[in-house]
Ligand binder design. Structure first.
Ligand code: SF4
Length: 429
Protein backbone atom coordinates (compact mmCIF):
# COMPACT_ATOMS: atom_id res chain seq x y z
CA UNK A 1 0.00 0.00 0.00
CA UNK A 2 1.30 3.47 -0.84
CA UNK A 3 2.18 5.65 2.10
CA UNK A 4 -0.21 8.66 2.15
CA UNK A 5 1.45 11.93 1.30
CA UNK A 6 1.92 14.27 4.24
CA UNK A 7 0.40 17.73 3.84
CA UNK A 8 2.93 20.44 4.47
CA UNK A 9 2.20 24.04 5.37
CA UNK A 10 3.05 25.18 1.84
CA UNK A 11 0.51 22.74 0.37
CA UNK A 12 -2.31 24.63 2.02
CA UNK A 13 -0.85 28.07 2.57
CA UNK A 14 -2.48 30.08 -0.21
CA UNK A 15 -4.71 30.22 -3.23
CA UNK A 16 -3.64 29.07 -6.70
CA UNK A 17 -2.36 31.81 -9.03
CA UNK A 18 -5.26 33.76 -10.53
CA UNK A 19 -6.60 32.32 -13.79
CA UNK A 20 -5.38 34.65 -16.55
CA UNK A 21 -8.23 36.61 -18.07
CA UNK A 22 -8.68 39.62 -20.31
CA UNK A 23 -9.22 42.90 -18.49
CA UNK A 24 -12.60 44.57 -19.10
CA UNK A 25 -13.39 48.14 -18.01
CA UNK A 26 -16.90 48.55 -16.62
CA UNK A 27 -17.10 52.33 -16.39
CA UNK A 28 -14.08 53.15 -14.25
CA UNK A 29 -13.89 49.68 -12.64
CA UNK A 30 -11.46 47.08 -13.98
CA UNK A 31 -12.66 43.46 -14.04
CA UNK A 32 -10.19 40.65 -14.78
CA UNK A 33 -6.65 40.81 -16.11
CA UNK A 34 -5.29 40.58 -12.56
CA UNK A 35 -7.36 43.48 -11.16
CA UNK A 36 -8.66 43.07 -7.58
CA UNK A 37 -11.76 40.87 -7.46
CA UNK A 38 -14.75 43.21 -7.81
CA UNK A 39 -17.80 43.10 -5.51
CA UNK A 40 -21.11 43.65 -7.22
CA UNK A 41 -24.76 43.51 -6.29
CA UNK A 42 -28.23 43.97 -7.77
CA UNK A 43 -31.19 46.10 -6.78
CA UNK A 44 -34.67 44.67 -6.18
CA UNK A 45 -36.58 47.89 -6.63
CA UNK A 46 -38.78 48.63 -9.65
CA UNK A 47 -36.31 50.46 -11.88
CA UNK A 48 -39.15 52.68 -13.15
CA UNK A 49 -39.33 54.02 -9.59
CA UNK A 50 -36.38 56.41 -9.83
CA UNK A 51 -36.40 57.53 -6.21
CA UNK A 52 -36.41 54.03 -4.69
CA UNK A 53 -33.81 52.75 -7.13
CA UNK A 54 -31.48 55.69 -6.52
CA UNK A 55 -31.83 55.15 -2.76
CA UNK A 56 -31.03 51.45 -3.03
CA UNK A 57 -28.09 51.90 -5.41
CA UNK A 58 -26.74 54.54 -3.02
CA UNK A 59 -27.11 52.13 -0.07
CA UNK A 60 -25.41 49.30 -1.96
CA UNK A 61 -22.60 51.60 -3.07
CA UNK A 62 -22.18 52.92 0.46
CA UNK A 63 -21.96 49.33 1.72
CA UNK A 64 -19.12 48.76 -0.77
CA UNK A 65 -20.68 47.47 -3.97
CA UNK A 66 -18.30 48.54 -6.73
CA UNK A 67 -20.82 48.08 -9.55
CA UNK A 68 -24.60 47.71 -9.25
CA UNK A 69 -26.96 45.91 -11.62
CA UNK A 70 -30.51 47.09 -12.22
CA UNK A 71 -33.36 45.36 -14.03
CA UNK A 72 -34.36 46.92 -17.36
CA UNK A 73 -37.49 45.02 -18.24
CA UNK A 74 -39.84 47.49 -19.97
CA UNK A 75 -40.09 50.95 -21.51
CA UNK A 76 -40.73 52.71 -18.20
CA UNK A 77 -37.64 51.12 -16.65
CA UNK A 78 -35.46 51.98 -19.66
CA UNK A 79 -36.76 55.57 -19.61
CA UNK A 80 -35.88 55.84 -15.91
CA UNK A 81 -32.25 54.72 -16.28
CA UNK A 82 -30.74 58.07 -17.40
CA UNK A 83 -32.57 59.84 -14.56
CA UNK A 84 -31.21 57.33 -12.05
CA UNK A 85 -27.70 57.92 -13.38
CA UNK A 86 -28.18 61.68 -13.20
CA UNK A 87 -29.45 61.58 -9.60
CA UNK A 88 -26.56 59.37 -8.52
CA UNK A 89 -24.03 61.67 -10.20
CA UNK A 90 -25.58 64.66 -8.43
CA UNK A 91 -24.99 62.89 -5.12
CA UNK A 92 -21.38 62.18 -6.08
CA UNK A 93 -22.01 58.43 -6.48
CA UNK A 94 -20.05 57.27 -9.50
CA UNK A 95 -20.73 53.53 -9.14
CA UNK A 96 -21.25 52.09 -12.64
CA UNK A 97 -24.74 50.78 -13.43
CA UNK A 98 -25.28 47.54 -15.32
CA UNK A 99 -28.52 46.92 -17.19
CA UNK A 100 -30.03 43.46 -16.84
CA UNK A 101 -31.91 42.57 -20.05
CA UNK A 102 -34.08 39.60 -20.93
CA UNK A 103 -36.24 38.92 -24.01
CA UNK A 104 -36.56 42.52 -25.28
CA UNK A 105 -33.14 44.05 -24.58
CA UNK A 106 -32.59 44.67 -28.31
CA UNK A 107 -35.82 46.69 -28.48
CA UNK A 108 -35.30 48.66 -25.26
CA UNK A 109 -31.71 49.59 -26.10
CA UNK A 110 -32.72 50.64 -29.62
CA UNK A 111 -35.68 52.76 -28.51
CA UNK A 112 -34.01 54.32 -25.46
CA UNK A 113 -30.61 55.63 -26.55
CA UNK A 114 -30.20 57.64 -23.31
CA UNK A 115 -30.55 54.38 -21.38
CA UNK A 116 -28.00 52.67 -23.63
CA UNK A 117 -25.64 55.58 -23.00
CA UNK A 118 -26.17 55.80 -19.23
CA UNK A 119 -25.43 52.14 -18.54
CA UNK A 120 -21.82 51.00 -18.13
CA UNK A 121 -22.49 47.41 -19.20
CA UNK A 122 -25.31 45.31 -20.63
CA UNK A 123 -26.10 41.86 -19.27
CA UNK A 124 -27.49 39.47 -21.87
CA UNK A 125 -28.89 36.01 -21.14
CA UNK A 126 -28.20 33.82 -24.20
CA UNK A 127 -31.05 31.52 -23.15
CA UNK A 128 -33.73 34.15 -23.64
CA UNK A 129 -32.38 36.68 -26.10
CA UNK A 130 -34.88 35.51 -28.71
CA UNK A 131 -35.93 32.20 -30.15
CA UNK A 132 -35.32 30.29 -33.41
CA UNK A 133 -34.84 32.66 -36.37
CA UNK A 134 -35.07 35.77 -34.21
CA UNK A 135 -32.27 34.70 -31.87
CA UNK A 136 -29.38 35.81 -34.02
CA UNK A 137 -30.99 39.09 -35.08
CA UNK A 138 -31.85 40.10 -31.52
CA UNK A 139 -28.46 39.06 -30.15
CA UNK A 140 -26.71 40.88 -33.01
CA UNK A 141 -28.71 44.04 -32.35
CA UNK A 142 -27.60 44.17 -28.71
CA UNK A 143 -23.97 43.54 -29.63
CA UNK A 144 -24.09 46.19 -32.37
CA UNK A 145 -25.55 48.70 -29.90
CA UNK A 146 -22.90 47.81 -27.32
CA UNK A 147 -20.28 48.39 -30.03
CA UNK A 148 -21.89 51.69 -31.02
CA UNK A 149 -21.88 53.00 -27.43
CA UNK A 150 -18.52 51.41 -26.55
CA UNK A 151 -20.02 49.32 -23.71
CA UNK A 152 -18.95 45.90 -22.46
CA UNK A 153 -21.42 43.04 -22.10
CA UNK A 154 -21.81 40.15 -19.71
CA UNK A 155 -23.00 37.04 -21.44
CA UNK A 156 -24.72 35.32 -18.56
CA UNK A 157 -25.98 31.78 -19.09
CA UNK A 158 -28.32 30.57 -16.38
CA UNK A 159 -29.46 27.06 -15.43
CA UNK A 160 -33.06 28.25 -15.10
CA UNK A 161 -33.20 29.69 -18.62
CA UNK A 162 -30.78 27.45 -20.47
CA UNK A 163 -30.80 27.63 -24.27
CA UNK A 164 -33.26 24.79 -24.98
CA UNK A 165 -32.28 24.32 -28.64
CA UNK A 166 -28.65 23.83 -27.70
CA UNK A 167 -29.58 21.52 -24.84
CA UNK A 168 -31.79 19.34 -27.10
CA UNK A 169 -29.03 19.11 -29.69
CA UNK A 170 -26.45 18.05 -27.07
CA UNK A 171 -28.89 15.58 -25.50
CA UNK A 172 -29.54 13.97 -28.91
CA UNK A 173 -25.81 13.75 -29.66
CA UNK A 174 -25.20 12.27 -26.24
CA UNK A 175 -27.94 9.64 -26.67
CA UNK A 176 -26.43 8.60 -29.99
CA UNK A 177 -22.87 8.36 -28.68
CA UNK A 178 -21.18 5.08 -27.77
CA UNK A 179 -20.52 6.24 -24.19
CA UNK A 180 -23.35 8.55 -23.19
CA UNK A 181 -22.78 10.81 -20.18
CA UNK A 182 -25.38 11.40 -17.51
CA UNK A 183 -27.98 14.07 -18.25
CA UNK A 184 -26.58 16.48 -15.66
CA UNK A 185 -23.14 16.45 -17.29
CA UNK A 186 -24.80 17.25 -20.62
CA UNK A 187 -26.65 20.18 -19.05
CA UNK A 188 -23.37 21.49 -17.61
CA UNK A 189 -21.79 21.22 -21.06
CA UNK A 190 -24.75 23.10 -22.54
CA UNK A 191 -24.21 25.93 -20.04
CA UNK A 192 -20.55 26.25 -20.93
CA UNK A 193 -21.16 26.03 -24.67
CA UNK A 194 -24.01 28.53 -24.48
CA UNK A 195 -21.70 31.12 -22.89
CA UNK A 196 -18.70 30.37 -25.12
CA UNK A 197 -20.63 30.23 -28.42
CA UNK A 198 -22.34 33.53 -27.64
CA UNK A 199 -18.98 35.13 -26.83
CA UNK A 200 -17.52 33.87 -30.11
CA UNK A 201 -20.55 35.22 -31.98
CA UNK A 202 -20.12 38.59 -30.28
CA UNK A 203 -16.50 38.68 -31.42
CA UNK A 204 -17.57 37.80 -34.98
CA UNK A 205 -19.86 40.83 -34.78
CA UNK A 206 -16.88 43.04 -33.99
CA UNK A 207 -16.95 43.13 -30.19
CA UNK A 208 -13.40 43.05 -28.83
CA UNK A 209 -12.54 40.43 -26.22
CA UNK A 210 -11.80 43.12 -23.67
CA UNK A 211 -15.49 44.00 -23.61
CA UNK A 212 -16.81 40.53 -22.83
CA UNK A 213 -17.42 39.02 -19.38
CA UNK A 214 -18.85 35.52 -18.99
CA UNK A 215 -20.94 33.83 -16.34
CA UNK A 216 -22.70 30.47 -16.15
CA UNK A 217 -24.77 30.34 -13.00
CA UNK A 218 -26.41 27.27 -11.54
CA UNK A 219 -27.99 26.71 -8.13
CA UNK A 220 -26.23 23.52 -6.99
CA UNK A 221 -22.77 23.95 -5.50
CA UNK A 222 -21.04 20.96 -7.15
CA UNK A 223 -22.50 21.80 -10.57
CA UNK A 224 -21.41 25.40 -10.22
CA UNK A 225 -17.84 24.42 -9.41
CA UNK A 226 -17.70 22.01 -12.36
CA UNK A 227 -19.19 24.52 -14.82
CA UNK A 228 -16.84 27.37 -13.87
CA UNK A 229 -13.76 25.12 -13.83
CA UNK A 230 -14.66 24.13 -17.38
CA UNK A 231 -15.37 27.69 -18.46
CA UNK A 232 -11.99 28.84 -17.11
CA UNK A 233 -10.14 25.92 -18.68
CA UNK A 234 -11.63 26.65 -22.10
CA UNK A 235 -11.29 30.44 -22.33
CA UNK A 236 -9.62 33.55 -21.02
CA UNK A 237 -12.67 35.81 -20.90
CA UNK A 238 -13.12 37.74 -17.65
CA UNK A 239 -15.35 35.74 -15.30
CA UNK A 240 -18.31 36.82 -13.17
CA UNK A 241 -18.91 34.30 -10.37
CA UNK A 242 -22.18 33.70 -8.64
CA UNK A 243 -24.41 30.91 -7.40
CA UNK A 244 -27.90 31.59 -8.67
CA UNK A 245 -30.94 31.20 -6.41
CA UNK A 246 -28.63 30.74 -3.43
CA UNK A 247 -31.56 31.14 -1.02
CA UNK A 248 -32.26 32.88 2.24
CA UNK A 249 -30.26 33.48 5.39
CA UNK A 250 -27.57 31.03 6.43
CA UNK A 251 -28.39 28.58 3.61
CA UNK A 252 -27.71 31.18 0.95
CA UNK A 253 -24.56 32.41 2.67
CA UNK A 254 -23.15 28.93 3.23
CA UNK A 255 -23.92 27.67 -0.29
CA UNK A 256 -22.47 30.80 -1.95
CA UNK A 257 -19.40 30.84 0.26
CA UNK A 258 -18.70 27.13 -0.26
CA UNK A 259 -19.01 27.33 -4.05
CA UNK A 260 -17.31 30.68 -4.59
CA UNK A 261 -14.64 29.98 -1.95
CA UNK A 262 -13.48 26.84 -3.75
CA UNK A 263 -13.39 28.55 -7.15
CA UNK A 264 -11.63 31.65 -5.82
CA UNK A 265 -9.06 29.42 -4.12
CA UNK A 266 -8.43 27.85 -7.54
CA UNK A 267 -7.80 31.31 -8.98
CA UNK A 268 -11.15 31.49 -10.81
CA UNK A 269 -13.35 34.61 -10.68
CA UNK A 270 -12.82 38.30 -11.44
CA UNK A 271 -16.04 39.69 -9.98
CA UNK A 272 -18.52 38.13 -7.55
CA UNK A 273 -22.13 38.56 -6.61
CA UNK A 274 -23.78 36.79 -3.67
CA UNK A 275 -27.41 36.24 -4.74
CA UNK A 276 -29.14 36.19 -1.35
CA UNK A 277 -32.89 36.24 -1.00
CA UNK A 278 -33.54 38.99 1.56
CA UNK A 279 -35.91 38.39 4.46
CA UNK A 280 -39.19 40.30 3.89
CA UNK A 281 -38.29 43.93 4.56
CA UNK A 282 -34.66 42.83 5.06
CA UNK A 283 -31.56 44.79 4.17
CA UNK A 284 -30.40 44.35 0.58
CA UNK A 285 -26.86 45.38 1.49
CA UNK A 286 -26.28 42.07 3.29
CA UNK A 287 -25.22 40.55 -0.03
CA UNK A 288 -22.45 43.15 -0.30
CA UNK A 289 -21.31 42.50 3.26
CA UNK A 290 -21.14 38.74 2.65
CA UNK A 291 -19.19 39.21 -0.61
CA UNK A 292 -16.69 41.50 1.12
CA UNK A 293 -16.30 39.19 4.10
CA UNK A 294 -15.76 36.20 1.81
CA UNK A 295 -12.97 38.00 -0.06
CA UNK A 296 -11.46 39.42 3.11
CA UNK A 297 -11.51 36.26 5.22
CA UNK A 298 -9.87 34.41 2.31
CA UNK A 299 -7.16 37.05 2.14
CA UNK A 300 -7.94 38.44 -1.34
CA UNK A 301 -8.88 41.97 -0.31
CA UNK A 302 -9.39 44.12 2.75
CA UNK A 303 -12.53 46.21 3.04
CA UNK A 304 -13.43 46.73 6.66
CA UNK A 305 -11.83 46.06 10.08
CA UNK A 306 -12.63 42.55 11.25
CA UNK A 307 -13.93 41.76 14.71
CA UNK A 308 -12.81 38.38 16.05
CA UNK A 309 -15.15 37.11 18.77
CA UNK A 310 -15.27 33.80 20.57
CA UNK A 311 -18.49 31.81 20.26
CA UNK A 312 -19.14 31.95 24.00
CA UNK A 313 -19.84 28.90 26.13
CA UNK A 314 -20.84 27.93 29.66
CA UNK A 315 -17.95 29.99 31.00
CA UNK A 316 -19.64 33.23 30.08
CA UNK A 317 -23.32 33.23 30.88
CA UNK A 318 -23.94 36.97 30.63
CA UNK A 319 -24.77 38.52 27.26
CA UNK A 320 -22.30 41.40 27.72
CA UNK A 321 -19.71 40.05 25.34
CA UNK A 322 -22.20 39.19 22.57
CA UNK A 323 -23.68 42.67 22.87
CA UNK A 324 -20.23 44.27 22.77
CA UNK A 325 -19.10 42.19 19.76
CA UNK A 326 -22.29 43.14 17.89
CA UNK A 327 -22.10 46.77 18.88
CA UNK A 328 -18.44 47.08 17.80
CA UNK A 329 -19.09 45.30 14.49
CA UNK A 330 -22.12 47.48 13.68
CA UNK A 331 -20.29 50.62 14.73
CA UNK A 332 -17.35 49.82 12.43
CA UNK A 333 -19.64 49.08 9.44
CA UNK A 334 -21.54 52.30 10.02
CA UNK A 335 -18.43 54.46 10.31
CA UNK A 336 -16.41 52.79 7.56
CA UNK A 337 -17.57 54.97 4.63
CA UNK A 338 -16.20 58.03 6.52
CA UNK A 339 -13.16 56.26 7.94
CA UNK A 340 -12.10 55.11 4.46
CA UNK A 341 -11.05 58.63 3.59
CA UNK A 342 -10.29 59.91 7.09
CA UNK A 343 -8.15 56.94 8.19
CA UNK A 344 -6.33 55.40 5.22
CA UNK A 345 -5.40 51.76 5.91
CA UNK A 346 -7.96 51.31 8.71
CA UNK A 347 -9.58 48.42 6.83
CA UNK A 348 -6.68 46.18 7.91
CA UNK A 349 -7.44 46.73 11.63
CA UNK A 350 -8.24 43.64 13.73
CA UNK A 351 -10.36 43.89 16.88
CA UNK A 352 -10.98 41.03 19.33
CA UNK A 353 -13.89 40.71 21.74
CA UNK A 354 -13.52 37.63 23.93
CA UNK A 355 -15.71 36.04 26.55
CA UNK A 356 -13.36 34.85 29.31
CA UNK A 357 -9.81 34.32 30.48
CA UNK A 358 -9.32 30.94 28.71
CA UNK A 359 -8.63 32.31 25.22
CA UNK A 360 -9.40 35.98 25.87
CA UNK A 361 -5.96 37.42 26.62
CA UNK A 362 -4.23 35.21 24.01
CA UNK A 363 -6.59 36.11 21.16
CA UNK A 364 -6.68 39.78 22.21
CA UNK A 365 -2.89 39.93 21.99
CA UNK A 366 -3.07 38.80 18.34
CA UNK A 367 -5.43 41.67 17.49
CA UNK A 368 -4.50 45.35 17.16
CA UNK A 369 -6.86 46.02 20.03
CA UNK A 370 -8.74 43.40 22.02
CA UNK A 371 -10.71 42.97 25.20
CA UNK A 372 -11.09 39.91 27.39
CA UNK A 373 -14.37 40.19 29.26
CA UNK A 374 -14.87 38.49 32.60
CA UNK A 375 -16.41 35.02 32.42
CA UNK A 376 -18.79 33.64 35.06
CA UNK A 377 -17.15 33.72 38.47
CA UNK A 378 -14.16 35.79 37.27
CA UNK A 379 -13.32 39.13 38.89
CA UNK A 380 -15.43 41.86 37.19
CA UNK A 381 -12.49 43.29 35.27
CA UNK A 382 -11.79 43.37 31.52
CA UNK A 383 -8.16 43.69 30.44
CA UNK A 384 -7.61 45.51 27.14
CA UNK A 385 -4.62 44.66 24.95
CA UNK A 386 -3.12 47.01 22.39
CA UNK A 387 -0.65 45.70 19.82
CA UNK A 388 0.04 42.60 21.89
CA UNK A 389 0.56 44.34 25.24
CA UNK A 390 -1.69 44.76 28.25
CA UNK A 391 -2.88 48.34 28.07
CA UNK A 392 -5.62 48.97 30.62
CA UNK A 393 -8.23 47.18 32.70
CA UNK A 394 -11.83 48.30 32.37
CA UNK A 395 -14.33 47.88 35.18
CA UNK A 396 -17.94 48.73 35.98
CA UNK A 397 -21.12 49.17 33.97
CA UNK A 398 -19.54 51.32 31.22
CA UNK A 399 -17.06 48.70 29.95
CA UNK A 400 -18.69 48.56 26.49
CA UNK A 401 -18.66 52.32 25.93
CA UNK A 402 -15.17 52.63 27.39
CA UNK A 403 -13.84 49.97 25.04
CA UNK A 404 -15.50 51.62 22.04
CA UNK A 405 -13.82 54.90 23.00
CA UNK A 406 -10.46 53.11 23.19
CA UNK A 407 -11.02 51.65 19.71
CA UNK A 408 -11.74 55.12 18.34
CA UNK A 409 -8.63 56.50 20.07
CA UNK A 410 -6.53 53.72 18.64
CA UNK A 411 -7.81 54.32 15.12
CA UNK A 412 -7.30 58.04 15.39
CA UNK A 413 -3.77 57.72 16.70
CA UNK A 414 -2.72 54.97 14.34
CA UNK A 415 -4.46 55.97 11.10
CA UNK A 416 -5.39 59.63 11.58
CA UNK A 417 -3.52 62.71 10.42
CA UNK A 418 -0.14 62.71 12.10
CA UNK A 419 -0.54 59.04 13.06
CA UNK A 420 1.97 57.76 15.57
CA UNK A 421 3.78 54.46 15.46
CA UNK A 422 1.57 51.78 17.03
CA UNK A 423 3.82 51.28 20.04
CA UNK A 424 3.48 54.93 20.97
CA UNK A 425 -0.32 54.81 21.22
CA UNK A 426 -1.03 56.22 24.69
CA UNK A 427 0.99 54.84 27.52
CA UNK A 428 0.04 51.42 28.82
CA UNK A 429 -1.32 50.85 32.29
S1 SF4 B 1 -12.93 32.41 25.40
FE1 SF4 B 1 -13.97 31.64 27.24
S2 SF4 B 1 -16.13 32.16 26.92
FE2 SF4 B 1 -15.13 32.31 24.92
S3 SF4 B 1 -15.50 30.27 24.06
FE3 SF4 B 1 -13.46 30.25 25.01
S4 SF4 B 1 -13.83 29.42 27.04
FE4 SF4 B 1 -15.82 30.03 26.24
Amino acid sequence: MNKPETLTQTDVAGPAPRHRTTKVMVGNVAVGGGAPIVVQSMTNTDTADVESTVAQVAALARAGSEVVRITVDRDEAAAAVPHIREQLDKRGITTPLIGDFHYIGHKLLTEHPACAEALAKYRINPGNVGFKDKRDTQFSTIIELANKYGKPVRIGANWGSLDQELLSKLMDENAASANPRDARAVMREAMVQSALHSAERAQELGMPKDRIILSAKVSAVQDLIAVYQDLAARSDYAIHLGLTEAGMGSKGIVASSAALGILLQQGIGDTIRISLTPEPGGDRTLEVQVAQELLQTMGFRTFVPLVAACPGCGRTTSTTFQELARSIQDFIRLEMPTWKTKYPGVEALNVAVMGCIVNGPGESKHANIGISLPGTGEAPAAPVFVDGKKFRTLRGPTIADDFKALVIDYIDQRYGNGAKAPESVTAAE
